[in-house]
Design a protein around this ligand. Structure first.
Ligand code: GTP
Ligand code: SPV
Ligand code: MN
Length: 598
């Protein structure tokens, strides 16, 4: 039992409120995990998958009305509404506590309350932060053991830090409640470092270390402490000389972070000696180091990745790590009890994600937001530096979204201010990672729309504040793998071939690659991209690199309106940057220039 008073007092309070039958302090051991799995197999919460092909792999089928994050039920509860900003749902903290505590009252009767001490980030890193999640879901405990450093070492760190300063860990209270969408809330109290979530057992709603702590609460802490908590992958790219450069990339949910983080370069690159190392696939905490560079850690210890689309062709690294010791949520299964999802070329589904007999034409076999949970150590491209206490230095920051039209394959911001505008004005078509319509274009600044724990206007100002004397900031880029041609098909092959874009990006960072200047930023000319062995017509390549001034004028008008929607808190520098580019586009329109030729 913990000696830390703040923790035991809080657990006692929660026990009084929720009235569980039992309290279990998680130690994070394998024996504990195995016992939980047994319990869930007995209750039907888990189904064992084929032990011959997938030893120690299990399937969880969530409630069909609980399959994704619920942005409309996610609240930031700050005393002052403006601190949460127009980007968040807001509730007064006292009102929020009252509302949600009423739902928590007695909700764990007949259940076990689990206390999960966890550390986000390497256990010995000064950049890491601890939290404790209380939950009544054994599925959440099992997932948290994979996704975080959970158990005894985390508790020891909490005790150590707690003896110096109270309130150093994030308190997260979670219950599946009745899994009733009408009694579901995900509430954040950033200035209390606390989270309360009820009514969902799915992903980011329930694994509180992930989006709730490592993004919403952490972004708030990061602002006051001078660092950044971002929805970014971290990938290391080793060139034939053996030098490794690290890139952090922010793409919205289900827009390609896991895939880029585990990229396998095209054959010609591999023979030339290029190699890609995975450091993180979803969250990145970045802090300016003594050398002025940004140093990044991945606060997570595992991957909660999108299953559909993961195949031997698109992401062989991911597929290879899913053969043992993994939890699958809402995938389909084959007659042999193997997990199955759309995009796999082998196997035939017999039961869909709800456990019903699979009938073609009755919707997808696997839920579009079905996912796998797996330890990062099972990834063959897992970087030997992924757990370095000081993190890895970031050379480039990449923003990107799903844009069928308009946005070219890649462009480079001319400086930090321009880059911050590029991130702030990011647009992307929505995906199945959150409930609601799919494919609707919306602004998703820095891929943080669902995850920034405070007013976006203040967040933009915070980003701008890193540009100061002595800073050696990464260059900023924007990519779009999702531009479509007139035939409605993706123009760019994507996946492993994204390496070609990364090579150009790194070349721009070290000054070895050429580019053409345009009002929206610097683009590679066709000859600047390595297209050896690439099956892509010249016409498609030109379409991918095309900047249409008329359409961009309209886009910049809309960006101006978006910035204005944050009112007077919007940094003026950003508005001036928007005006500068809008004016340059109008000039360009008067005097058309061809992009794509030297
Ligand atoms: P979260 O875990 O939700 O934050 O998402 P993520 O950004 O890690 O998404 P992920 O990498 O799992 O990508 C999800 C979807 O994007 C899958 O359907 C992929 O097939 C698709 N995708 C990823 N990379 C590419 C690409 O380069 N081209 C195309 N066309 N699709 C891609
Ligand atoms: C996302 O939606 O961006 C995810 C999945 O990474 S979840 O953990 O459910 O938020
Ligand atoms: Mn994510």
């Amino acid at each position: 039992m913990s000696k830390l008073e703040a923790l035991t007092r809080w657990v006692d309070d929660v026990v009084r409120l929720t009235q569980p039958d039992r309290v279990h302090w998680c130690d994070g051991s394998e024996a504990e995990y195995d016992a939980l799995v047994e319990l869930m197999l007995a209750s039907g919460d888990l189904v064992e998958l084929n032990p011959r092909t997938h030893p120690n792999c299990h399937l969880h089928r969530s409630s069909p009305s609980d399959v994704a994050r619920v942005e409309h039920l996610t609240f930031i509860c700050t005393p002052n509404k403006d601190d949460a900003g127009p980007n968040n749902n807001w509730m007064d903290p006292a009102q929020a506590h009252a509302k949600i505590d009423a739902l928590f009252a007695g909700c764990m009767q007949g259940r076990t309350l689990y206390v999960i001490p966890y550390c986000m980030g390497p256990i010995d890193s000064p950049l890491s932060r601890c939290g404790v999640e209380i939950t009544d879901s054994p599925y959440v405990v099992a997932n948290m053991r994979i996704m975080t450093r959970m158990g005894a070492p985390a508790l020891a760190r909490i005790e150590r830090e707690g003896s110096r300063r109270e309130g150093t860990f994030v308190k997260g209270l979670h219950s599946t409640g009745e899994l009733d969408p009408h009694k579901r809330y995900i509430m954040h109290f950033p200035d209390e470092l606390s989270i309360k979530s009820i009514g969902s057992g799915y992903g980011g709603n329930a694994l509180l270390g992930k989006k709730c702590h490592a993004l919403r609460i952490a972004s708030w802490q990061a602002r006051s402490e001078g660092w950044l908590a971002e929805h970014m992958l971290i990938v290391g790219i080793q060139n034939p000389q053996g030098e490794i450069s690290y890139v952090a990339a922010a793409f919205p949910s289900a827009c390609g972070k896991t895939n880029l983080a585990m990229l396998i370069p095209p054959e010609s690159y591999r023979t030339a000696g290029w190699k890609v190392w995975t450091v993180g696939d979803d969250i990145c905490w970045m802090t300016p180091g003594a050398d002025g560079r940004l140093w990044a850690i991945n606060p997570e210890a595992g991957f909660f990745g999108v299953a559909p689309g993961t195949s031997a062709k698109t992401n062989p690294n991911a597929l290879a790590m899913l053969n043992h010791d993994a939890i699958f949520t809402n995938v389909a299964i084959t007659a042999d009890g193997d997990p199955w999802w759309e995009g796999l070329t082998e196997g035939t589904p017999v039961k869909d994600w709800q456990g019903r007999d699979y009938v073609a034409g009755n919707g997808p076999a696997a839920h579009p937001n079905s996912r796998f949970t797996v330890s990062a150590r099972q990834c063959t491209s897992w970087s030997p530096h992924a757990e370095d206490a000081q993190g890895v230095p970031i050379s480039a920051i990449v923003f990107g979204g799903r844009r069928e039209h308009l946005v070219p394959l890649v462009f480079e911001a001319r400086d930090w201010t321009h880059g911050v505008l590029v991130g702030a004005s990011m647009g992307s078509e929505t995906t199945a990672a959150a409930t609601g319509a799919v494919g609707v274009l919306r602004r998703d600044s820095m891929a943080m729309k669902p995850f920034c724990g405070y007013n976006f206007a203040d967040y933009f100002a915070h980003w701008l504040s890193f540009d100061k004397p002595g800073a050696k900031l990464p260059k900023i880029f924007h990519v779009n793998w999702f531009r479509k041609g007139e035939d409605g098909k993706f123009l760019w092959p994507g996946f492993g071939d994204n390496m070609r874009v990364l090579e150009w990006i790194l070349g721009r960072c070290n000054g070895s690659e050429g580019a053409a200047e345009t009002p929206i930023g610097n683009l590679p000319r066709a000859q600047d991209l390595n297209t050896d062995g690439l099956d892509l017509t010249r016409g498609k390549l030109e379409a991918l690199l095309h900047v249409d001034a008329d359409s961009w004028i309209a886009e910049y008008e809309s960006i101006g309106e978006y910035l204005a929607s944050y009112g007077t808190r919007t940094p003026e520098v950003l508005q001036r940057e928007q005006q500068r580019i809008a004016a340059a586009l109008t000039e360009e329109q008067m005097e058309p220039q061809e992009v794509g030729t030297p």
